[in-house]
Design a binder for this molecule. Structure first.
Ligand SMILES: NC(=O)C1=CN([C@@H]2O[C@H](COP(=O)(O)OP(=O)(O)OC[C@H]3O[C@@H](n4cnc5c(N)ncnc54)[C@H](OP(=O)(O)O)[C@@H]3O)[C@@H](O)[C@H]2O)C=CC1
Ligand SMILES: O=C(O)C1=N[C@H](C(=O)O)C[C@H](O)C1
Length: 274
């Protein structure tokens, strides 16, 4: 294990999470901001990353060349877009550095490429990097295992800010996967993502999703187990993006001395039950 501070690159540096990550790297011991990368053509290219994140100038200018940024780095914190994350997964694997992926809305094909990159890179990917949601997912899995699908319906409800571009959220899908695992079913063949018009009665054994968008909500998630005459609700509220940023930096430090592979936040937090 190296004693030197872990050199981290923040990509999507001017974004909501990018700024939170730059502040968190500044706050946590054992990591240092090595470079900051933005979208080519963005008005933030050439601007001081510390200033954009509200810390005051730190001398690291936001660049648009990820390859140069990754060259002498130890890891990259990536909360961007699926296409960008795919591109960066290949570059991070080439550079043999840790890749922490918080980006949501990835397609099956995106996931396949990320998995291929993990043959050479240490990747931690999660739809939610926070401790609270990952703990909640363990509880949801237990509840889903305990409650008979013939008697209990599972619905996942989420609300986010009006600028969020993917639905259901990565967290809602993570919680849905936990419920499906508890029930021993495949989420992709048992989920109901949309209801509209004359839907007919609810099909037993399915897992439903409902999405709300508005204002500045950082992230609200509930998993509802609905039975005859009673309901069990489990919920999480995110009050600050620093919870995701803290988890991402923690994941980078955890992954530093691991073998190449695709890991989750449950692995990082020691909550994995596999
Ligand atoms: N897993 C988790 O715990 C969490 C995940 N997320 C996810 O993280 C992602 C980002 O969220 P958020 O920060 O709110 O979104 P933002 O849109 O605020 O940030 C994304 C940033 O990525 C930049 N970007 C786009 N393309 C590139 C590129 N080619 N190279 C470098 N930077 C690029 C964007 O630049 P520009 O605006 O100029 O296009 C923008 O600054 C989403 O998928 C979100 O769901 C968010 C919070 C927590
Ligand atoms: O886009 C967001 O903001 C968030 N995205 C993640 C998700 O899709 O679940 C995590 C968090 O809820 C905020």
């Amino acid at each position: 294990m190296s004693d030197a501070a872990m050199k981290l690159v923040v990509v999507g540096a001017a974004g909501r999470m990018g700024q939170a990550l730059i502040r968190m790297v500044h706050e946590i011991e054992g990591v240092v901001l090595h470079a900051a990368v933005g979208r080519p053509g963005s008005p933030f290219i050439g601007k001081d990353a510390g200033e954009i994140a509200g810390l005051g100038p730190n001398g690291i200018l936001i660049g648009d060349d990820p390859l140069a940024a990754f060259l002498h780095a130890d890891g990259v914190l990536d909360f961007t877009t699926p296409a960008t994350t795919n591109e960066f997964a290949a570059l991070a694997a080439q550079a043999r550095i840790v890749h922490i992926i918080g980006t949501t809305g990835c397609s099956v094909e995106d996931e396949r490429k990320i998995s291929a990159a993990s043959r050479h890179a240490r990747i931690v990917k999660s739809g939610n990097m926070g401790l609270g949601v990952n703990l909640l997912s363990v509880l949801v899995e237990q509840a889903a295992r305990a409650l008979d699908p013939a008697d209990w319906d599972i619905e996942v409800l989420e609300m986010h800010h009006k600028r969020k571009v993917d639905a259901p959220s990565g967290t809602a899908l993570l919680l849905g996967e936990a419920a499906a695992k508890g029930r021993g079913i495949d989420l992709s063949t048992h989920s109901v993502r949309v209801r509209d018009g004359h839907t007919g009665p609810r099909e037993a054994g399915t897992i439903g999703f409902a999405t709300l968008r508005g204002g500045s909500v950082i992230g609200e998630h509930s998993v509802i187990f609905a039975g005859e005459g009673e309901r069990v609700s489990m919920a999480h509220s995110a009050g600050d993006r620093s919870i995701f940023a803290r988890g991402a930096v923690k994941a980078a430090l955890w992954a530093r001395d691991r073998k190449p592979g695709l890991y989750s936040m449950l692995d990082v937090l020691g909550l994995s039950q596999n």
